[in-house]
Design a protein around this ligand. Sequence first.
Ligand SMILES: [Zn+2]
Length: 280
Amino acid sequence: MEEVNCPICEASGGEPLHLEGSFRMVRCPSCQFIFLNPRPTMDSLLRFYQEYLPEEGPSIESWEKMMRPVFHRAANLLKQYGREGRLLDVGTGFGFFLVEMKKRGWEAAGVDISQKAMDYARDVLGLTILPGPLEKADFPDNHFHAVTAFYVVEHLSHPMAFFRECHRILKPGGLLLLRYPHTTPIKNLLQFFGIKNRLYDLPAHLSDFSPKMIQQCLEKIGFEKYQHLIGGYTLPGDLGKRTSSILFGGFAEALFCLSGKKFLFPGVSKTVLAFKGNLK
Ligand SMILES: [Zn+2]
């Protein structure tokens, strides 16, 4: 474990916010970013991710089923914005999103740090996967029409470097699609009622982005236009988790539509689209 400064603004110190076991989420006194501190070192994280995804066939299938509705919505969004061509999915896992996008005519490749996930995506699904992290893959400037990352940003030690790299490798007019959890509002609520939980999934998650924070970061990097939305919900295999995902996700979608696509229900996962420069 190592003590770190704020991964967004580099300010030191942090007000303790929530505990999960021996792990502590803190809030940056300067930019309000919520992050794990102290956190595992980069080396221990890389080892941890070799075991993070399920290994057995049935677990891989249920993982695919869980993510399917979110992948489907994302694929439709890319179509809605008239995007086609070359796509990179970062933290692609077993590669099921790439399969969907290839079916839709995209030239799609992925990056991942898990050797097991890479082996599966390459050997079983026949996909093109490069070993991560993204910065190591060394793609040319202005290369992709779209970059996607599902449930990745909350795992990153250096999110700003990641956003910068996404911006660099996107073509002008290219689109970045990020899917991320937003857990702090639920943690606050459960804490108020004294209900213990491990919703932050520490130490796997190193931070918790709010929509406002993610937009500020993307603006700082140079992305010019955004759209935030709920973007569907996952369908976990566990009945209780699936029910609450449908209930809260469905409710959040309904409120989002009723508010004229403005209200982002706190606490549920969100999707953000960010554009590099003008649409072309
Ligand atoms: Zn900060």
